[in-house]
Design a protein around this ligand. Sequence first.
Ligand SMILES: *Cc1c(COP(=O)(O)O)cnc(C)c1O
Length: 371
Amino acid sequence: MSLPITAPVAFDAVRATCAAQRDWSRAALAKLQQEAARSADTHLLRVDLPGFPGIAFYFKDEAAHPTGSLKHRLARSLFLYALCNGRLHEGQTVVDASSGSTAISEAWFARLLGLPFVAVMPACTAPRKIADVEALGGTCDLVDDPADVHARAAWHAARGACHLDQFGLAERATDWRGNNNIAESIIEQMAREPDPEPTWIVCGAGTGGTSATIGRYLRYRGLRTRLCVAEPAGSGFVHGWHTRDPQARASRPTLIEGIGRPRVESGFIFDVVDQVIEVDDADSIAAAWRLEELFGRRYGGSSGTNLVACLQLAASMRARGERGSIVSLLCDRGERYEQTLFDRDWLRARGVDPMPARARIAQCMASGNWP
Ligand SMILES: *Cc1c(COP(=O)(O)O)cnc(C)c1O
């Protein structure tokens, strides 16, 4: 007898909950749009090196975002994607697997939306990054084996958390045709330069989101610019790109955070990448030091990896008598690595001596030859 009375009541309750969720979702979307409107674009810094007359280098300063890395763009896109797919709700915990930069940006956006945030990280992540996530109100769930982060994030998701899933979704959460994505921004900022159509754009591969966005955009705009992925030697991306094998694994570990994944991530779009350059950690670290001398501030290891690849590409262009421009990224702030990549004792304990690489890089910048 109670059925005809309770059924409509329950239905109204569901409808009211849905309406409340849509209200929250609308307010959350407005907050993200306000944040985007308050943000400025990042600088494209030009560098001319004595060894490379006729070749201009440009570095997009992604460390200038409020959360200090290119992951600011990604985190904004991932929150928007989760919201617009209807899978992020008021009060819900947000989780992701991250080597640090993404976690910092996601913690920042979670705080903006008033949501609890859990970062699943390898225990070996730079202590400064862990402190940064915690300072933003996030919680760090540290796992001993870096290969376990995905499973651990899935474990949280199975308990009701919203998994932002940077590795699964980076490549599709970004609007590849425009909306001021990183590629569109670079091409716009190059418009008044002597060689506005870069010969090369160089980036690394963590989620693969940046390389996918740039590679697609270059094709979409019909540009001749080629895309080079600069990666730690022997990374999952390196092996996967050469063999087009989604099961490929890294053949050695790396000290460079943010890139050099141990496996092929689902967001790696190999077909838009024209060349891969492998860089030894000592070269990447020495190049990161060198960036401090060039720009007067510190950038992280993956920015150093990019610089080494830029120099190698420029040396080949110079050898062929070509002129033009090369664009790359300064991916994150170097302060995060004060106790690691910028600490000589820390490096010595890991058997890394960046001094020979430092001399090699200085010589290349002066002579235009990569030894
Ligand atoms: C994530 C990351 C990258 C690589 O960018 P993806 O778009 O994820 O491939 C490079 N450097 C740093 C510091 C990063 O955090």
